[in-house]
Design a protein around this ligand. Structure first.
Ligand code: SF4
Length: 445
């Protein structure tokens, strides 16, 4: 049954200014008919009004977001307040937070119009309509054993645990039955998955992929993240063979310099990584590779950075998250001198962005003039320079590219597209995504 009304839960951190922000958010929601949720787990919309004055405060906010996402995976999660504008957090929390709202700003109507978020996240706004659903996140591993020298995860989340395969499969089947169209498998290292079933048999990640792929239904399977040292041929073949599994492989490189990789405790050398990539390309010809690179790790010289740039060019990543190194308490690298100046980190980050975006732009041209199937997340309204209003279907395709497709149809029915499949004919590409027009019907692909 669809809910009678939509509910929210606001968590305020820090000073009075944040309480004022929270009031602003509350009044906007109240005007649209939203009600306060009885508790966090039942809310449709969750807002953290954050404080970033100290590292500890920041960590508390992030903890809350992570826990909340687990408690209520279906809700729209908003990070507002002092951390709402932070680019690094947008990247870091991209799989947890749905919307970032800079301090003092109002929630956009596109987010709180119940038609958009709820449809996009899985519930119908109309009584009697089918339940439209889109993306569901399924954690399959928790924690990490790798202890990369810059990372807090093994300390913050503990040692790696794999969820039992039966639980994952049961959850996936239920979600597909409910109409979810994209199952996103999550873990710090999904490919080191080693979950034991009730009989004590240990499953690999490839087995999970193949089993989920065999679940009847029209849905996609995506996953993040994979550690380069744990990729094997079995996994490559599973990705290649499974029709429902996206060919987007996110494989964090972190640095192209052996010296820095060693200091990061990444457990592979540049040549190992590049050899793995060659194997992947041989086994999965249509693979779309993306990565993370840290710039300005302690001791990173201009030469080390050039090694990262050349590795990025050699692999040809279509998406890259360039992160400036920041010392985190508890980690091994925290003891090292953070000796790359902030301006240099920024310069390197920008340089890296220029390089991968050039590659991505070139590669994205293969979509020009073609149809691509997308899972529509939401509908966006945009007024052009002449003052006319256009509506766009925003979503992702099988390769995990962001797609914005102009909706030509008129009337209210366009709002019902959120949470559904759509076909976009691509007429423009950028480094960050594709755009075009919505052509109705999957058969048009
Ligand atoms: S960077 Fe990834 S692999 Fe390394 S410790 Fe953190 S979570 Fe584990």
């Amino acid at each position: 049954m669809p809910p009678k009304s939509f509910t929210y839960f606001i968590k305020v951190f820090g000073c009075q200014m944040n309480y004022a922000d929270a009031e602003k958010i509350f009044s906007t929601l109240a005007k649209k008919g939203w009600k306060k949720a009885a508790d966090l787990s039942s809310a449709h919309l969750l807002v953290a009004v954050s404080c970033g004055v100290r590292q500890g405060a920041e960590d508390r906010v992030i903890n809350w977001l992570e826990k909340t996402r687990k408690t209520n995976p279906g809700a729209i999660l908003v990070l507002a307040g002092c951390l709402g504008h932070r680019e690094d957090l947008k990247q870091r929390l991209r799989n947890i937070v749905d919307y970032f709202l800079p301090a003092g700003k109002r929630l956009p109507s596109s987010l709180i119009n119940p038609l958009y978020p709820v449809l996009a996240k899985g519930e119908s706004a109309y009584g009697g309509n089918p339940i439209y659903l889109s993306r569901a996140y399924i954690p399959i591993t928790v924690g990490c054993d790798n202890f990369c020298s810059y990372c807090v995860v093994p300390y913050a989340r503990g040692r790696e645990r794999s969820l039992p395969p039966e639980n994952i499969i049961k959850k996936a089947k239920n979600l597909v039955k409910k109409g979810y169209k994209e199952l996103f498998l999550l873990g710090q290292n999904v490919n080191s998955y080693r979950g034991a079933d009730r009989k004590g048999k240990v499953w690999t990640f490839s087995q999970i992929l193949r089993t989920l792929n065999a679940v009847p239904g029209n849905f996609w399977i995506k996953f993040i993240s994979s550690h380069p040292k744990d990729i094997n041929r079995e996994m490559m073949l599973a990705v290649k063979d499974c029709r429902k599994v996206s060919k987007n492989l996110h494989l964090p490189l972190q640095s192209g310099s052996n010296k820095i990789l060693l200091a990061m405790n990444r457990k592979y050398r540049r040549s190992d990584y590049l050899a793995t990539v060659n194997e992947i390309k041989k086994n999965i010809p249509d693979v779309v590779l993306s990565t993370d690179i840290i710039v300005g790790f302690p001791g990173e010289t201009a030469r080390d950075f050039r090694a990262s740039l050349s590795a990025v060019r050699e692999v040809g990543f279509e998406m890259l998250y360039a992160l400036k190194y920041s010392p985190r308490p508890e980690t091994a690298a925290f003891k090292l001198k953070d000796d790359v100046p902030a301006w240099m980190k920024k310069e390197r980050q920008q340089k890296l962005d220029r390089v991968w975006k050039k590659i991505a732009l070139k590669k994205n041209k293969r979509f020009l003039g073609k149809n691509t199937l997308i899972l529509i997340d939401r509908i966006k309204q945009k007024t052009n320079r002449k003052g006319s209003v256009n509506f766009y279907a925003l979503g992702k395709n099988f390769e995990n590219k962001d797609v914005a497709a102009l909706i030509k149809r008129s009337g209210k029915s366009k709002h019902n597209l959120a949470g559904k499949w759509g076909v976009a004919r691509i007429n423009q590409v950028g480094a960050l995504g594709l755009s075009g027009e919505l052509v109705e019907g999957e058969k048009n692909v």
